[in-house]
Structures are given as structure tokens and as C-alpha cells.
Design a protein. Sequence first.
Length: 468
Amino acid sequence: MQRTSGVDAAFLYGETPNWHMHVSAVLIADPSTSPEPWTTERFIERTASRIHLAPQFRWRLVEVPFGLDRPYFVEDPDFDIHSHIRRIGLPAPGGPEQLGNLIGDLVSLKLDRRKPLWEFWIIDGLADGHVAILAKIHHAIIDGISGSELATVLMDLEADPPPTPPEADRVVDAMPNQFELFARGALEAFGTPYRAMRFGRGAIRQGLKFVGFQRRAAPPVAPFQAPRTSFNTELSKHRRFAYASVPLADVRAVKDAFDVKVNDVVLAICSGALRNYLDANGELPDAPLVAQVPVSLRAEEDKADVGTKVGAMFASLATHLHDPVERLHAIHASTRDAKEMQQALAAEKIMGITEAAPPALISLAARMYTAAGLDSRTPPIMNLIISNVPGPPFPIYCAGAKLESIYPMGPLIYGTGVNVTVFSYQDRIDFGFMSCREAVRDVWQIAEGVDAAFRELADAARSAPTTS
């Protein structure tokens, strides 16, 4: 039995009917590369043979009575892999738009808490003969970095790998009863005031540091400085999905030409696509959009650990600037300052405050926030979330089929109706655009703007003077 961390408990208790805290990814596989006929049954068999390498896939959530303590994960004695993997056909003609619409519908459904918090959907009927695999996994058991590591555990590095060593014999403990959970919760509740005081002192120290940064002549971007846009509205449960890709080598060429980071180029591409979308719809604000950019807090040796270890920084997307190169340099300056502030504030200490928050209080706050419609009444914390996750530079295989692309998706929260998650894989960077149906008229309009925004930067890089 494993107690959830404060952050993971916040993800669980912060969920509402319209806030879904699972992360997802669409894996596009080419069955023609498989040495054997590719079938759903083969995928299930291959996944079952290595599920013991990902123990969180057999964990079931149990909650403590009255919300006295954070939930626990226990191994599900009734685990059945067939209840987690389903197959569905794509409507004709099976193109990107049909796939995006189906993915949006499937991601709109919350995970069933009566079972381990994950599911895979096998989607056939794609026009090019490929197969799509939608993975949905709750954020409480995975984040971007650990998800990338998990992919290399459940997938293969070759089309026909040697058999996975069988799992050693194990005994599955009985599910804890309500009295045992209540007793544990009551014991933990006694320590809550002390933890609250300890983390409260830390929060005051961090707050004073934050004030110091904001008193600078050119302070870093902070929460609640974002302009209100159509992206910032009360969320519904309905999701829409679109995707795009750009060559990784060309992104690196832009990085080198302008002496910035790969992440700066990724943010600039997103900025250009978002700016063009808002401008085309007569919604471009005078002030620049603000993105929350998740930052991994994992040490190198913690990459495979279960749960969430992530902080956040806030960056300007410089959408008020017309010139793409000026935008790129402004974004670079903003992320540089944001990283400095994020490191000085010790994000892991800020996230540690969740260790002292009673789960029942988090759940109540989330319900009250939603019921009061504060999504659309309070100043936006940010306009959107943009997350960049490094993936493997080598090909990986799924039950024998080579994965051609991996399009990730993050959750929508806090009245933020757009999430862009980016994943580097082989020689490409794949963009996944998740939106709330009520926040974005056509998410494909944003995704299709990626190529134009990227080409602007690539053309500018080719004509930029070289330094010797």
C-alpha cells in the first residue's frame, strides 16, 4: 500500500466533472513493419507480458473515510488487463480530422476510479493503413518525464525483441478495510497542524523572495498577468484535439542561428500559431499571451519514479510583436528570467505545501471554484499551458510495429482552455493541441498554423548572418 504524495492527491481531489486530470498520448504505429500480423490481441499479450515492469498499472485507488488523509494506492486483486484495453474503428475517410475528433471524444471521458487509472484504445481504420493507440493515464501516477521512461518499458527497441523475463511469484495483499483506513487517516490528521505551520513558514519565505523579483525594473512574468482571451473561460467536459510536426534538425538550426534554446524555438512556434489564430478571429490582445511552462523537478536517478514531480514557470509568448525573430528573442529573455526566479524560489518547496493541505479541503475548494464560475470571473492565471518533453532519438516499437509519431496531450485546468504538449521523437518534434470545445472554435486552425510559424523562423535562420 502506497500513500499518494500531496501533489498527486491534489490532482485526484481537484478533479471535477469538467477538470480531467489524466494525461494522454496518441501513438501512430505502422503495422507493415511488424514481423508478424499486427492485432489487438497481440498488443494485449505483449503488454500483459511486461505489466509487472510498471507496477502502477495494477494500482487501484482507495480513499480514506471523511477525507482525513491522502488516498492510497494498493495492488488491485481483481486486475484484468482486458478491461483496460479496448478497440474502436475510425469513421471514414480516416484522415487526421476524423482521428482528432475521435481522440477528443475519448479523452473527454474520465477514468474509472474503481480500476487502476489507465486505459488504452486501439484505433484502426486510418486512411494510410496505420494504427493509432490512445494512452490515457492519470497524472497521479505519471508525469511527462516518467511517462517517457515508461514508454521505453512497455514498448520495444526492436521489432522482434527477445521474450520478457517472467514475473516472479508474488502475493497480492487484501484490500484494506474502512476501519484500517480511518485509523491511518486519524493518525495522519494529528500531524496536519504541525505540517501546516512548517510549510507556512516556508511559504512566507518564498513569498518574500517572489516580491523581491517583482520589484525589479523588468520583473519576470508572474501568475495573473495574462490578458483575458477566449481561451480563458469556464471549462466544459468536452475536449478537442489536433496535432502537427516539424523537423527536429531544422529547429536546432534555428536555435543555433539565434543563440537560444530548443525550448525557446518551440515556444516561438506555438506563439506564431496562436497569434495567427487570434488575429484571424479578431481576438489578438494588445498584451502578450502568458504560458505556464511545466518544469521537471526529477533528479536523473528519479526518472522512473511513480507520480508527479513537476514545478512551473511563467513565460511571455510575445504575441504583441509582429516580427517572428523579435518574438523569439523576447521569449528567450522571458524564459531566462523565469528560470532564474523558479530556481531561486525552489519550486519543490512550494509544491511541498500540498503535503500539509487536507484532501477534503482541496476537494471542497475545487467544487466551490467550479460552482461559482470563477474560471471566467477571475483574472486568468495564464492563457495556456505549453509543456515540452524530451523523447527518445531512436525508434521504438509497439508489439512489432514501428511507432512513426507520438502526439502527447496534457489536461486543461483553472479556466485555461488550451494545452500544448510537445514531444521530441526520432528526427521530429510532435505537437499535441488539446482544447475545450467552448474555448476554441477550431483547434485545427491552431495546429495548421504550426508549419507557417516554423517556416518563418527557419527562413529567418537561413538568412541570418553567421558568426565566426
